[in-house]
Design a protein around this ligand. Structure first.
Ligand SMILES: [Fe+2]
Ligand SMILES: [Fe+2]
Length: 306
């Protein structure tokens, strides 16, 4: 075990998941995706503890940020804190609806991961003194004030409607494919991992929030494993039922414009150029698009134009 708060030696830290986005061979559609049991076994080997993270330096750093920087950082982090809480709940009906026991066992581990991610953010927010509320529920309510409207559309209307369909009928495979496309490909694959990449990079360059960065690297590794499941699931489903390529395509067409708006902070006007965590919106979009393209190639789908 490395010293608490120390930087993680990356090496194969992320690529062990076989997430196609991390592998150049995915540009040619060539990646050996792990199967569900291998993904489960990887989860057993990749455990981590939120209670071991040391936020002492983070508390000092946060106090030293100017008010405007705190507000900007808060927006990015709030989307994650609330997002983790939403996906923990929404994964329940998806797990029950998965057609095989191997898939259900893996998705059960993912529910535990998402709950750990909620605890990670909760611990960061309370120890660093970012929010005033006393309880987890209170902190979630306080942080939701920082979200933009596109976030609600994506999580509540788009993903929420599929999850409600699955809760009513666990055999609705079309709803499950749509939910996995939204959850694993768009929300985790494009939004969460893109945000995580740039937020970690920015803090490492600035030398800020070391406890947070360490924990967020563990969160990102979990997310790569989740997305690797999503890619495997979608590839397996369309291999059996090729007509569902269209289901994935349609869901992406419906959601990509909204996902793009989630990347845009609420204080930025539609035509404004801006940098967030040290990168432009175009760089952020390019990173998200490359990740999506690689995963879709492996699934057998050329990406929808965005
Ligand atoms: Fe998560
Ligand atoms: Fe996740």
């Amino acid at each position: 075990m490395t010293t608490l708060g120390a930087r993680i030696e990356l090496g194969e830290f992320f690529t062990e998941t076989s997430d196609p986005a991390l592998l150049e061979s995915a540009d040619r559609g060539q990646v050996k995706l792990l199967d569900y049991k291998e993904l489960y076994e990887l989860w057993e080997r990749q455990q981590w503890l939120t209670q071991e993270l040391d936020f002492t330096q983070d508390r000092e750093d946060w106090r030293g940020f100017p008010a405007d920087e705190r507000r900007q950082r808060m927006y990015g982090l709030s989307s994650f804190f609330t997002g983790e809480q939403r996906v923990t709940e929404e994964l329940g009906p998806m797990m029950v609806a998965a057609p095989t026991e191997d898939m259900r066992v893996f998705l059960s581990t993912q529910i535990a991961d998402e709950a750990r991610h909620v605890r990670f953010f909760d611990r960061f927010y309370s120890e660093v003194g970012v929010l005033g509320a006393e309880t987890l529920d209170g902190r979630l309510e306080e942080t939701s004030a920082h979200l933009n409207p596109a976030f609600e559309t994506l999580f509540e209307e788009m993903l929420g409607s599929r999850v409600r369909r699955l809760a009513a009928d666990r055999t609705d495979i079309g709803a499950l494919i749509e939910a996995v496309t939204l959850y694993h490909m768009v929300i985790e694959g494009m939004l969460a991992l893109t945000g995580q990449h740039f937020i970690i990079d920015f803090n490492e360059r600035e030398g800020t929030l070391p406890g947070f960065v360490r924990g967020f690297n563990f969160v990102a590794r979990d997310e790569h494993r989740h997305v690797a499941f999503g890619a495997r699931f979608l590839r397996d489903v369309v291999a059996e039922q090729p007509q569902h390529l269209r289901t994935i395509q349609r869901t992406l067409e419906e959601s990509l414009a909204i996902a793009d708006q989630v990347l845009r902070p609420p204080w930025v006007g539609d035509d404004d150029e801006y940098e967030y965590f040290g990168v432009s919106l175009d760089e952020t979009r390019a990173f998200a698009a490359q990740a999506l393209t690689r995963r879709l190639k492996v699934i057998g789908l050329t990406p929808a134009a965005s």
